[in-house]
Design a protein. Structure first.
Length: 222
């Protein structure tokens, strides 16, 4: 093999290397290594497709891509209400924002036969976190019963208006759209201002807007 490789080399190279087989073998190894290095350099420098990086938030959390038109949070367009009493499927319901009492009753399977809903305002817009009770007894501390009640007190259930200056948290909680937190705000306002002189002062309580005040106005007195 050494002689064959020697014969293929140029004459000047044969003379320069002294025609030694050992020298020829070393030269062959060098040539092979050079060819391998050149091939590796060519392979590493070939053009390749690069995947675009995912979007990373400020906290280093990867933010997945959202489909066009997808909502960032479905919960922001819903209200959660507790429907109980004389309905077929009582429980906590999630309804679209702007739903009315009639929608809540329908989602709860409808009103049971014989339930009195005379004093129930089915056209009223629901508030997030409120309780709708149909035909059930009023909660402890409420003034009398509440047939066809919303939150334990109907708009025309015959129990009389609730006194803003003497009602407890439990009694205020029976009003439509008033939960324990808003009832506490009403009592805090009463304590801070020495009582209510007019029903219209409810508009100054934190959490009571024009729509909620319109629902409460016929149900309360100073």
């Amino acid at each position: 093999m050494g002689l064959a490789l020697r014969e293929r080399l140029p004459m000047w190279l044969q003379l320069r290397c002294g025609l030694e087989p050992r020298t020829l073998a070393a030269l062959a190894v060098v040539l092979v290594v050079a060819v391998l290095l050149a091939a590796q350099h060519f392979w590493a420098g070939r053009p390749r497709s690069v995947r675009a990086p995912e979007t990373v938030g400020a906290a280093g959390v990867v933010i997945p891509s959202m489909a066009p038109g997808a909502s960032a949070s479905a919960e922001t367009s819903r209200v959660v209400v507790d429907v109980g009493g004389e309905v077929r499927k009582p429980g906590v319901l999630r309804l679209p924002t702007g739903s009315r009492v009639a929608d809540a009753l329908r989602a709860a399977g409808g009103v049971k036969p014989g339930a009195d809903i005379t004093g129930l305002n089915r056209a009223r817009v629901l508030m997030d976190g409120e309780q709708v009770v149909v035909g059930g007894p009023a909660p402890p501390g409420a003034e009398g019963g509440g047939v066809g009640a919303v939150g334990g007190l109907g708009a025309g259930g015959g129990t009389g208006p609730v006194s803003l200056n003497s009602a407890t948290v439990e009694q205020l909680d029976t009003l439509p759209g008033v939960g324990p937190v808003l009832a506490r705000h009403i009592i805090d306002y009463r304590t801070e201002h020495g009582g209510f002189r007019a029903v219209e002062e409810l508009r100054e309580v934190n959490g009571i807007g024009a729509r909620r005040f319109a629902d409460l106005q016929p149900l309360v007195r100073p």
